[in-house]
Design a protein around this ligand. Sequence first.
Ligand SMILES: [Zn+2]
Length: 319
Amino acid sequence: MALPVAGAVAAKAAKLAAWTLAQMGIEKPEDLIKTALLVFFLPVTIIAIFFVLPVVTVGSVPMARPSQVQFYIDAANQLNEEYDLAIDWEEALALDTVLLEQDFSGTSQNRALSLAEDFVEVIKITDEDTTYYEYEQRSLDEVMDMRELDQDQMEWVYHLLSMGLSQFQDVGTDMQDGWEPNPTGPFIWPVPDSYKITSKFGPRVCPVEGIDGMHNGLDIGAPRGTAIVAADAGIAIEAGWKGTAGRAVIIRHAGGYETRYYHMNSIAVTKGQEVSQGDYIGSVGSTGRSTGNHLHFEIRRFTRAIDPLQFFLGGDENV
Ligand SMILES: [Zn+2]
């Protein structure tokens, strides 16, 4: 029964299309082709010029790494708290993207802070015999004037802002081929059989919830059952089910450090147990809120999550 119905619908649609074309004054096929070109290819071209081209251009040059993006977020947060302002880290990042010509090897925590400070206007007020200071926020235009950006640079800043800076937050898996962890701190790599990073530390769009958020750890992809070892000696302060983290182990170490292991398939330690560096503590799984087998590995210091990768780059920042 479905076929005749579909046929009738198609016939009606064809009639409607013919009528529509007639209304538009199109009777010759050449006109139809011209109209089709205009209707379909013009928007495609416009879209290509305005959206695809900039992405390709931007994508072809080095980007800020998530840990570098964090410099600007931290700097804006720090000043906003200190002076009760609302400096936008994206503006600071966009500005520095242009100043650095997208080569973020020249950035640092201090550079980001001094750039963000440009957004703070210090006003000295002398009132009879007392002098005090007030802090106001400079606009992006004022800061760009101060930094003597030319017209092209200003347009590039606005262009970056208009595209959103989500691409700078991309915590992709861009480790070089043959990458191996090269420990420089107190920790060893927690999954000795896999160096495959499926998601880095930093701001990201959560693949499960599709919302912006902070990825507090490093995701290391490995088959279910792959061994996980303690990154350093310590005491397992948690070992068991932990909501969205699934089966999880948290180990407290010296120096205010703590390492966390989430989404485990099995756990081989108990709460309160002392572990040595390299001890088997369980296996990789996909428990809790997880989209596949991986270890979500966190390093925290005084409860604040820090980028675990910084301990495994062997001084080489160019990865
Ligand atoms: Zn994760």
